[in-house]
Design a protein around this ligand. Structure first.
Ligand SMILES: Cc1cc2nc3c(=O)[nH]c(=O)nc-3n(C[C@H](O)[C@H](O)[C@H](O)COP(=O)(O)OP(=O)(O)OC[C@H]3O[C@@H](n4cnc5c(N)ncnc54)[C@H](O)[C@@H]3O)c2cc1C
Length: 642
């Protein structure tokens, strides 16, 4: 019996319980509330179908990732046409530096994009939309983001997470009939989850929606912060707390999602926020004062709002990798052109080894970013459960894009730091690296910060183990049940563990081609075993406290992410080399990416043994306590004393 079948079988035997799988009894009130809310909003994942999920259990399943999915001729032609039309339009009509300077995307550009259908790409044709695949939608977003970050975020906040996406997924036929045609005609939308006290922790939500006595409407009250498109949208998805319910024997907070029209009485935009980058976006603080929201505007059902937000973000956050890849391609062009043009110390700077190193990183990593972007986009079109891979794609691409823009700035030297307008004024090529850097920084924060992505991945990675050990871990499980769980557990791990140890020593990947990338497949297969053993040891050692070992978990999640990206990159390169005459050298670029990624993976494995975490934790605690305020002397302090 294959390890996966055995695992599924054992998981079935571990009967579902009414209690939470994670013991929150050692946590403080805030931690427990956050954990409970997150757990209740979580769907079970079947690791059998998840390529990345299986890596954490020591299984490398190339058949899940190769052959790399390809667009049908019809879908590709449709994508080619819209990408070309949108690119031509923006190149001619949108000065991205002027957008940055004036904090305005010109109305005629918004109208032009509307005429091209950009704001209805994801709406089904039956509701007046273009019914695009996720792949084509992301191809357009990649092109827009390469030119102007603010415009990409305008489109994405409206369509990746704004009203069309959750309505498409969870709306009733009446809701779709009422709102989707309006959106197809050009109304803009936004997604309002964040509040002053709610960033990564929705348990602290204070916006409330109280059902009227006659049960026909809710009264919405509260404040939403940083809502992108808020000041210009006519429709919002708003998450708010509704009356608590008894669930699994305990009173639990309910978060519910509503469609809110911004011209209803009591909805007010009180401030347009101004940021370091993305200066053209319209992002605001919105207050709701006794806003009457009809009952029929609840999306999906009472109490399902956080689940809706998480599911919306699972596909919604795929836009970020596409946008990051678009921006990185722009960096590649700049690095290539300036690397050849600029000569110092007798050579073009791109020919000095330090320059070559940067250019190789930018090229190889951009290629890998595309690989995961297109792979996850295709999988979204196939309706696969991509939550693990989408989180990995977001984490990897947003972190890599930041490094790429940083390296591009370094390659440009002082000119990288100079604003495009200033370069233009003195007759130089106005490469907008400075603006791109400011626009790029937010990607590791929005739609789930990198830390939160790692915690999210850790929860999913540990799930098969937690499911199996649940009865043992939970306090108060009757002795007999604990004993049966112990027998089940030892039965599984007695077979699973030796398989990982031997697999690590004799890893092979019989199902992958014997070509120049074959060694990388073997490396992924071997590291999947190493990863699963490390995760298992960490669980055995830290047990319930593992959830708090964020550094350790972070390294493990980064290893899993790199392995997924490596496998995706190899599969993508093979597909391009076979089908695309222009990209016949794709194997070369994938090979370099895999070499670089392998080095990072080894560093993460080494870091698992690093002894400095305890001392760092203590130091951070002492700094927070104020034991080192003497170090803060001798400067002009800008912040008021906390
Ligand atoms: C330009 C911009 C556009 C935005 N658009 C929207 C939008 O359209 N709709 C919307 O609803 N929101 C939007 N947001 C909000 C955005 O999603 C949040 O900023 C993001 O979720 C992080 O929340 P926070 O800023 O409150 O950070 P916090 O949650 O306060 O986090 C601060 C830091 O603490 C870390 N941290 C938090 N919790 C943990 C933990 N448990 N363990 C370890 N580390 C932790 C985080 O990783 C981060 O580094 C936008 C924000 C910006 C700046």
């Amino acid at each position: 019996m294959s390890p996966e079948t055995l695992l599924e079988q054992k998981l079935k035997q571990a009967a579902p319980s009414e209690e939470l799988i994670i013991d929150t009894s050692d946590m403080n009130e805030g931690q427990a509330a956050a954990m409970e809310i997150a757990e209740l909003a979580r769907d079970e994942v079947t690791h059998r179908d998840s390529f990345a999920g299986r890596l954490f259990m020591g299984s490398f399943a190339p058949s899940l990732i190769a052959p790399f999915p390809r667009q049908s001729e019809k879908d590709r032609a449709c994508g080619d046409e819209i990408v070309s039309r949108v690119s031509d339009f923006l190149a001619q009509h949108l000065d991205a530096d002027a957008v940055d300077e004036s904090r305005t995307i010109p109305q005629e550009v918004i109208e032009g994009l509307r005429d091209l259908g950009v704001f209805r790409m994801k709406i089904p044709t039956s509701y007046g939309g273009l019914g695009f695949s996720q792949v084509n939608y992301n191809r357009v977003l990649q092109a827009i983001a390469s030119h102007c970050g603010s415009t990409a975020v305008l489109v994405s906040a409206h369509q990746s997470i704004g009203v069309p996406q959750p309505l498409k997924m969870f709306g009733t036929p009446q809701q779709k009939q009422k709102y989707l045609p309006r959106i197809s005609k050009g109304e803009l939308t936004a997604f309002a989850l964040t509040e002053p006290e709610v960033g990564s922790d929705p348990a602290k939500m204070t916006t409330t929606a109280e059902l009227s006595e006659d049960g026909t409407y809710y009264l919405l009250n509260g404040v939403k912060q940083w809502t992108t498109n808020g000041p210009i949208a006519s429709l919002l998805v708003v998450m708010a707390q509704t009356a608590p319910k008894i669930h699994r024997g305990k009173e639990r907070k309910q978060i519910t999602a509503f469609i809110v029209e911004t011209d209803w009485a009591g909805v007010k935009n009180t401030h347009r926020c101004d940021f370091m980058g993305l200066r053209g976006i319209q992002n605001g603080i919105i207050t709701f004062t006794n806003v009457k929201v009809p009952l029929e505007n609840v999306i999906w059902g009472e109490g399902l709002g956080l689940k809706l937000a998480l599911k919306t973000l699972n596909t919604g956050r795929l836009t970020l990798p596409a946008a990051c890849a678009g921006m990185s391609k722009q960096c590649l062009i700049i690095a290539r052109q300036w690397g050849r043009q600029r000569e110092q110390w007798g050579l073009p700077i791109g020919k000095h080894e330090a320059g070559r190193d940067k250019i190789a990183y930018i090229a190889a990593t951009t290629f890998a970013m595309e690989a995961v972007t297109w792979l996850t986009s295709h999988w979204a079109d196939e309706n696969r459960d991509i939550r693990i891979e989408a989180a990995m794609a977001k984490l990897f691409c947003s972190e890599a894009a930041w490094k790429i823009v940083d390296l591009t700035m370094q390659i440009r030297g002082g000119r990288g730091y100079e604003r495009a307008q200033s370069l233009r004024e003195r007759g130089e090529t106005p490469y907008p690296v400075e603006r791109m850097m400011r626009d790029c920084r937010i990607n590791t924060i929005i739609e789930g910060t990198s830390d939160i992505m790692r915690l999210f991945l850790a929860r999913e990675a540990l799930d098969p183990h937690l499911q199996m050990a649940a009865d043992l871990l939970r306090r108060g499980t009757p002795l007999g049940k604990k004993f049966r769980a112990f027998i089940r557990l030892t039965g599984f791990y007695a077979k699973w563990y030796p398989r990982q140890v031997f697999g690590k020593m004799f890893a092979r990947s019989a199902d992958t081609p014997h070509d120049t990338l074959a060694g990388h497949d073997r490396f992924v297969a071997c590291c999947a075993h190493r990863l699963s053993i490390s995760l298992f040891h960490a669980m055995a050692r830290h047990q319930q406290k593992l959830e708090r070992k964020q550094i350790l978990l972070g390294h493990l999640m980064d290893i899993g992410t790199e392995l997924f990206v490596m496998a995706a990159t190899c599969a993508y390169a093979r597909s391009l080399a076979e089908h695309d005459a222009d990209a016949s050298n794709a194997m070369q670029i994938a090979d370099v990416f895999c070499e670089q990624s392998s080095c990072r993976i080894e560093e993460h494995f080494r870091a698992l043994k690093c002894k400095s975490v305890k001392a760092s934790n203590k130091l951070a605690g002492d700094v927070l306590k104020g034991d080192f305020t003497w170090m803060e002397e001798g400067i002009i302090e800008m912040t008021p004393a906390a």
